[in-house]
Design a protein around this ligand. Structure first.
Ligand code: PLP
Length: 376
């Protein structure tokens, strides 16, 4: 059983679970003692040798174990300030000079590889939003990066097979598991895995890099030598405890959470029957529905839709980050033209989304879109 989340009094329906998830009540409860008590000194520095410091360090240790249980055996967890930082640590700290990445990676991978300046080859991606299982790893590649679940369209990549192929080609395999962490089994063959607490019902401001034993990573942030010398900076015991509790709950609820979103997704697609799903219908995390209003149904002005439905929080499917105005590199990679990409919306739901909420939102989405008439 997961604790009850207090829904906003405004009646706002939240359908943007890929951007961030609500904080689980259990994670919140685990954080509070490290903001104030016990003994009023729960705020102590976990790197201090006195008793309160050791207490805080013990809480960090428990959290590290809880997060590690979401990841494969045979590696260590380094806490970071975000998954973006974890991915930067993997890319810049691995000493790789040649990369192969999927074209649908998050900007935290694509822009970091670009900033690194090493040679970078793009792996293929099909119109179903999947990197083919038999994608060839270019000779001489030192680090391959393919995400587990795409954040824009929800497609689940064949990361186990690609990790094996990378190992056979002599390359390290980095998996951005931000959208799959705590929802799916971890990418077992990866060498480096990035997670973010706030995508699995934990707090914002903390992520982790899992490093397989034997893989060498150099620090990119220097200072006090915390996190086994790999990430200097004082840890927040409250954020660690929240991440740990969220991870433990995610593990316990993995099957129930997946079944819940699959049920929601089926119902949403029933209501949005005139819309087309972007990306594979089967190889997907069902809590992500990126759908477009097909040409024959008139297309869609997403900005107008968002303004008509201000009490539903959802995302424009065609923007990397809502409001950025940048066209989506993911929708382009799967072959959508600008018009189709701009007629797309992303509905993201999860553990705390109820069926009536989603039905209400989808029915209103459908009605508001129909009221726009034919735009194409
Ligand atoms: N990777 C993916 C797939 C994401 O969806 C995100 C966040 O949107 C990130 C990386 C970055 O995570 P964080 O917010 O922890 O930096």
């Amino acid at each position: 059983m997961a604790g009850d989340l207090v829904k906003p009094a405004s009646g706002m329906i939240y359908l943007d679970y890929q951007a961030t998830t609500p904080l689980a009540p259990e994670a919140r409860a685990a954080m509070l003692p490290w903001l104030e008590g016990p003994e009023g000194i729960g705020f102590a520095n976990p790197h201090s040798p006195h008793r309160p410091g050791r207490g805080a360090a013990a809480a960090v240790g428990v959290a590290r174990e809880q997060v590690a249980r979401l990841l494969p055996p045979g590696g260590r967890v380094v806490f970071t300030g975000s998954a973006t930082e974890a991915l930067n640590l993997a890319i810049f700290g691995s000493n790789a000079k040649t990369f192969a990445v999927s074209p649908i990676e998050h900007a935290a991978v694509l822009d970091s590889v670009r900033a690194h300046g090493g040679a970078c080859r793009m792996l293929p991606c099909g119109s179903d939003g999947l990197v083919p299982e038999d994608a060839r790893i270019p000779a001489g590649t030192q680090l391959v990066a393919v995400m587990q679940v795409n954040n824009e369209i929800g497609t689940v990549q064949p990361v186990d097979t690609l990790a094996q192929a990378s190992r056979a080609a002599g390359a390290l395999f980095l998996c951005d598991a931000v959208q799959g962490g705590g929802k799916l089994a971890p990418p077992a063959g990866a060498d480096l895995i990035a997670l973010s607490a706030h995508k699995l019902y934990g707090p914002k401001g903390i992520g982790a890099l899992w490093i397989r034993d034997g893989v060498e990573i150099a620090p990119i942030i220097h200072g006090g030598g915390q996190e086994q010398g790999l990430r200097s900076g004082t840890l927040s015991p409250a954020l660690c405890a929240g991440f740990g509790a969220a991870a433990a709950l995610a593990l316990e609820r993995m099957v129930a959470d997946a079944a819940h979103v699959e049920m929601l997704s089926r119902r949403a697609l029933d209501i949005l029957s005139g819309w087309t799903l972007n990306g594979s219908a089967t190889q997907r995390w069902h809590g992500n529905l990126n759908v477009r209003r097909a040409k024959e149904h008139g297309g869609l002005d997403v900005a107008r839709l968002m303004s008509d439905l201000r009490d539903i929080a959802f995302s424009a499917g065609s923007a990397c980050a809502s409001g950025s105005g940048r066209p989506s590199h993911v929708l382009s990679a799967i072959g959508l033209d600008e018009r189709a990409a701009k007629s797309s919306v992303r509905l993201g739901f999860g553990r705390y989304t109820t069926l009536p909420e989603l039905e209400d939102a989808c029915a209103r989405l459908e009605a508001a879109a129909a009221a726009q008439g034919v735009l194409l």
